[in-house]
Design a protein around this ligand. Structure first.
Ligand code: DX5
Ligand code: ZN
Length: 216
């Protein structure tokens, strides 16, 4: 399985977003992670399809992984797909038909993923295992960047890896050079980092450090 580092744009300086997207694209990371928040599913608002479209125009070859922290992600699939989303991640706790929403995401030729909040048991994922391209195990309560990694969430990564040796398993929240190693040991192969990477003067060096700690 491929080890992937994703840079979370939520931690970028929004005053010069295009430059920040270019900086992430040049860092050696595999993808840009775009956190969409609706102020309902989580108590925060971030951005919508226009920022995904900006990323697509500024760095067309930099993969766009879109994390929808929305109560009704099913109502916004087409705008995000049109904007250039390549993977769409929906929460299993969302208020919509999850099977149908995954079917529509993949029907548009995109990858589909399910996200689990820290308090959501891994069993909730089981009905969808045949229908997803990756699973995202949150390692913070979604809504804000810069929070502390919840190591207890890694028991879910271990269990999921035991059940699904070939599945792409991502962790998101509080990931840095130390916590990424713990997540990799538990079985994760995709790592989202926001504040840790955007906070560095040399993002490429930090991506390399992160990668060296999580390579199998
Ligand atoms: C949290 C978001 C994360 C966040 C990670 O709600 O889903 O993607 O940006 O930020 P850091 O890496 O700063 O914890
Ligand atoms: Zn995220």
């Amino acid at each position: 399985m491929k080890t992937e580092i994703l840079t979370s744009l939520l931690a970028a300086a929004f005053g010069h977003l295009a430059d920040e997207i270019r900086r992430a694209a040049a860092s050696g990371a595999e993808a840009l992670h775009l956190d969409v928040m609706d102020a309902h599913f989580v108590p925060n608002l971030s951005f919508g399809p226009d920022v995904v479209a900006l990323a697509a125009s500024v760095a067309p070859d930099f993969y766009r992984n879109v994390h929808l922290m929305m109560t009704r992600p099913d109502l916004y699939l087409e705008p995000f797909a049109r904007a250039g989303a390549q993977t769409i991640q929906i929460h299993v706790e969302a208020d919509c038909d999850i099977h149908e929403t995954l079917r529509r995401i993949r029907g548009m030729g995109l990858k589909g993923a399910i996200v689990l909040n820290p308090e959501t048991p891994v069993e909730r994922l089981v009905p969808y295992l045949g229908e997803i391209d990756e699973a995202l195990v949150m390692t913070v309560h979604p809504g804000y960047g810069g929070q502390t990694f919840i190591a207890d969430c890694l028991t879910k990564v271990t269990e999921l890896r035991r059940q699904c040796p070939r599945l792409d398993i991502m962790v998101d929240g509080g990931v840095n050079a130390e916590t990424a190693v713990l997540a990799a040991k538990a079985g994760a192969n995709q790592f989202v980092a926001g504040s840790y990477l955007f906070g560095q003067r040399d993002m490429a060096a930090a991506v390399a450090v992160l990668r060296s700690g999580v390579m199998p």
